[in-house]
Design a protein around this ligand. Sequence first.
Ligand code: IDP
Ligand code: MG
Length: 147
Amino acid sequence: MQRTLILAKPDTVCKHVVGAVTTKFEQVGLVLRAMKMLRLSAKQAEEFYKEHLGKPFYGPLIKFMTSAPIVAMVWEGENAIAVARSVMGATNSTEAAIGTIRRHYGTDNRYNAVHGSDSLTSALREINFFFKPEEIYTYNDNDCKRD
Ligand code: IDP
Ligand code: MG
C-alpha cells in the first residue's frame, strides 16, 4: 500500500469545494488516513515548495499558498501517488483532462485546486511535513460495523 499527501489549496477552501474534491479521491477507492485544516506561514510554504526556489512562479506560489487556510490529507491505496495525480489532472487547470479535479475546480496553472505528491520520496517527506505518526489512522472497514 502506498500513501500520498494531498492538499486542498486555498482556492478550493475559498470556493467551498473541499467536500467535492475529497469525494473524488474516495470515488477512486483511496482511503483517508489523516486530515487537518491549517494556514501555512510563509516560512512553511517556502520550505514545502523549496524544490521550486528560483523559478519565476515561486514567489506568487508562496503568496497564493499562504493566502487562506488549506486542508492537508493523507490518502492510501494501491499506487496511491499515481492514482491521485491522475484524478487531479495536469498542473495547468486549463490543460487538465475533462473530469479531473483541476479541470473542474482549478482556474489556471497556479490556482489549480490541489497538490499531490509526485514520488515515493516526496510523499514521505510531505506526509512528515504535515503529520505526526499518531495523527495518521489505520483502521479497517469492519471496525465500525454494528454489534
Ligand atoms: P504539480 O503541483 O502539478 O506537481 P509543480 O510543477 O510541482 O506542479 O508546481 C507546483 C505548483 O506551482 C503548481 O501546482 C502550481 O500551483 C504552481 N505552478 C507550477 N507551474 C506554474 C507556472 O508555470 N505558473 C504559475 N504557477 C505554477
Ligand atoms: Mg509538484
